[in-house]
Design a binder for this molecule. Structure first.
Ligand SMILES: Nc1ncnc2c1ncn2[C@@H]1O[C@H](COP(=O)(O)OP(=O)(O)OP(=O)(O)O)[C@@H](O)[C@H]1O
Ligand SMILES: [Mg+2]
Length: 314
């Protein structure tokens, strides 16, 4: 394989994304995500002949995929999370809103193992179950990273690697998925977001919206249980926002479980099962988008929502 082979994935010795090599233990069938309205039983999707030992326990009910309780985090003397707790059920979309500095990104990073809270518990159905007030084992830390995949505000693509190389990096080098299998899945995902023909393009040859869609494919290619989005459209030109939100909407409709930080309240209204309003490191109010956006119970929520919906009014 020549170094210029566009199909050749990246050198495994080079820095890859923040996650460390881990064994995948939560293969979600990308082509058949769960229907959020149905109780989850993934057993029909597991091919026993293939000996899918990596299949997760398949709960027969719709228990929470993720439970977060009492999470606190300080940076020095700055307490940025102060007893955060919520649940995310399988197939559910939870949207986090709140003013700058209220702790939304820190919550997402904590879910993904990029940040370690000082206290509180976090448990994924099927593991891991972590109590941050005790020392977190390396195995738990790696398992935590493996359960979710994060899409950042900026797409974070490697500029000198093609689209397909960017997508293959996680599955092939972090998760050790056989290259042929990972490539087939990556191509299918690119097709799904309308980027099949950009397979061998470099990021600079793509629009911001296309780059962000590649970022989403990178996350999907990791086959996480949970997708995390941190203001996925806020760095885009306004006319490119729609194409990215459309992909997110499709993922939500297909039953992916997602936690999304966004200021796009119209979008949140369409996709969110629950909205959490954060202020000063705590969840001040939670409810359906309709409840929070049209009939907020707290003054702080009302002020925040008003500022976004009616920025020019006093
Ligand atoms: N690594 C860090 N070191 C020190 N302080 C940090 C660090 N990361 C975040 N903070 C602080 O934690 C607080 C919460 O930050 P966070 O990024 O979670 O807020 P946010 O709600 O995502 O804000 P924004 O809407 O601006 O993205 C802020 O006061 C921030 O300055
Ligand atoms: Mg943030």
């Amino acid at each position: 394989m020549s170094p210029t082979d566009p199909h050749e994935p990246v050198d495994p010795r080079e820095p890859v994304d923040p996650r460390e090599p881990v064994d995948p233990h939560e293969p979600v069938d990308l082509h058949e995500p769960v229907d959020p309205r149905e109780p989850v039983d993934r057993s029909p999707h597991v091919d026993p002949a293939a000996g899918d030992a990596l299949a997760p326990p398949t709960p027969a009910d719709d228990r929470a995929l993720l439970r977060v309780a009492g999470i606190t985090k300080s940076f020095g003397t700055n307490r940025v999370l102060d007893g955060v707790g919520f649940e995310v059920r399988r197939g559910e979309v939870v949207v986090l809103i709140g003013p700058s500095g209220s702790g939304k990104t820190t919550v997402l990073r904590s879910l993904n193992g990029l940040e370690t809270p000082d206290a509180g518990t976090l448990s994924f159905d099927g593991g891991p179950e972590i109590d941050f007030s005790a020392k977190v084992s390396k195995a738990d830390r790696l398992a935590l990273r493996d359960r979710s995949a994060m899409v950042f505000q900026h797409h974070n693509l490697f500029p000198h690697r093609t689209v397909i190389q960017n997508v293959l990096e996680g599955p092939v080098y972090a998760h050790r998925v056989p290259k042929a299998e990972a490539t087939a899945r990556a191509e299918a995902l690119l097709e799904r977001v309308g980027l099949a023909e950009k397979r061998d393009a470099f990021p600079f040859e793509l629009s911001g919206g296309q780059q962000q869609r590649v970022g989403i494919v990178r996350a999907l290619a990791l086959q996480p249980s949970l997708l995390l989005f941190d203001e996925p459209t806020s760095a885009l030109d306004p006319e490119l926002v729609g194409e990215v939100l459309l992909v997110l909407k499709e993922l939500a409709d297909e039953g992916w479980t997602m936690v999304i930080v966004t200021h796009e309240l119209g979008f949140a209204r369409q996709v969110a099962d629950e909205v959490l309003f954060f202020d000063e490191g705590a969840i001040v109010e939670r409810g359906t988008p309709k409840q929070l956006f049209t009939d907020p119970q707290h003054e702080r929520t009302r002020r925040f929502v008003d500022r976004i919906l009616r920025p020019l009014e006093e």
